[in-house]
Design a protein around this ligand. Sequence first.
Ligand SMILES: *[C@@H]1O[C@H](CO)[C@@H](O)[C@H](O)[C@H]1NC(C)=O
Ligand SMILES: *[C@@H]1O[C@H](CO)[C@@H](O)[C@H](O)[C@H]1NC(C)=O
Length: 540
Amino acid sequence: MFLRTIITFLLSYIPLLVFSQTLINPVIWQDHPDLDVFRVGHTFYYSSSTFAYSPGAPILRSFDLANWEAVTHSVPYLNFSPANAYNLTSNSRAYVKGIWASTLRYRPSSDTFYWLGCVDGGKTYIWSSPGGNARSNGGEVPPESWNWTPRPVIDKCYYDAGLFFDDDDSQVYVVYGNTQIRIAQLSVAANGDLREVRNQLVYASSDMTVEGARLYKRNGEYWIWVTRPADAQYVLRGNNPWGPYTRRVLVDRIQGPLVSAGYAHQGGVVDTEDGRWFYVGFLDAYPGGRIPVVAPMTWGSDGWPTVVRDGANGWGMLYFLPVNTTRKVGVLGPRVDEFKGMKLGPEWEWNHNPDNGKWALSTGLVLKTATVAGDLFAARNTLTHRIHGPKSRGTFRIDVGAMKDGDRTGAVLFRDKAAYIGIHKTGKTASIVMVDNLNLVEGSWTTSSTGRVAVTGPSVTGEIWLRIQADITPAFGTNTGRQAIFAYSTDGKTFTILGSAFAMSNSWRYFSGYRYGVFNFATKALGGEIKVKSFVMDIV
Ligand SMILES: *[C@@H]1O[C@H](CO)[C@@H](O)[C@H](O)[C@H]1NC(C)=O
Ligand SMILES: *[C@@H]1O[C@H](CO)[C@@H](O)[C@H](O)[C@H]1NC(C)=O
């Protein structure tokens, strides 16, 4: 594999590096699964799934398909039922439930973005936002124009939904389903609400499972993109939305661009303003989660698409930049956040819907204890951030001076098999601890282990820097446990490692990858608080 990589590099990459601007895969080394991509004017949008994290369904944007930034979330809070599960109250929880394989599109005639997704196999939830006249601004939305409001739910599950507004918006379709692929036609009321007016089976697969459907139109023909989980992409071609459709394979177990990251699959396609097409799929890059890769497509004389391979007939690590533009986006990667704005940045998501009375922005992020619990997974208001791969570290600078007896705070490597470095306050003493063995049961997602203090360090007053250094280099399908190291500092310069390295789980069943998180919960009584003064994520 190593030799193959070198040969591939020599054959096909050096000309790209020398002569042009380059797209590097993965384009985002962060967990952004079940993606839906589309373009409005010169702006590309990307929606992804977030399960019980809140806010949900983040939206990324790009001007060249290679550089992306986070702009907003389609679902500002999870308005799903039962509310106590999504709010993490009354001993209910929704880990691994919530938002998966949802869809986001723009309707130009009403300048409206619509998100919809089936939640927990029941109803389809819909949210919309005005576009701030995006259609006249090359698709760009002024940040203050994002304003997501819930629409009436559709009392039916559009499983793995793909929304599509046909030319001039006159027809609205949602393609969805597992193996039995259906299309629902929707009407748009004067107030913008969506309602189903027709529903039909359009393709029944007899030989394999297919799902993750997306609907597109090109040269008057309709195309449904479906994945065979979790290693192939198929295309269905028809003369009208209702079929009949003819199927062909697009990619099946295509190698690369990363090893131990599964095969690129699922996702969708998008064209540029000048009519070139790109396929965006994702890799099962656990322990980091599912990360997107882009490749150009060509269309044959018979009208069928092909993904452009690299010199070794695999998915390339480098391609020509899809769009040469001087328009720039921010960075989705290394960053410093001092929590100075009026709102949390769009990179942050809580473990479930937060208790909004228990946190505030005030020269830092104030986290009051929101839950009395013996279990981090049962505690509200754990704030999480995607880990940038393949290797990065997340450092939280925290003032722990206002913790109360019994409080637990810290920087957590958050997933169903978790560990943290934190502060346990007992009486008047705040001790630095490294805790592992915080585990959920796969499937029921109940807590099987609330943690074990592996090492106790010195006591601390005032400020402390807590750091997690995580290697999320893909190890999917292997027995290699990628490692995370926990460290603290009292001056922000000299860090001391606490405990031994923690081996992360490569299982896909929790779906979301590991995240950096900061938490503060009580085991005795509410009333304590911490202040998070900064978060720094840097590449190592
Ligand atoms: C971008 O610029 C490079 C270098 O000038 C050129 O080779 C490439 O074809 C351009 N790509 C596009 C999409 O215009
Ligand atoms: C759940 O939390 C959301 C926001 O975090 C809030 O708007 C809603 O009222 C809460 N619902 C219940 C039943 O507590």
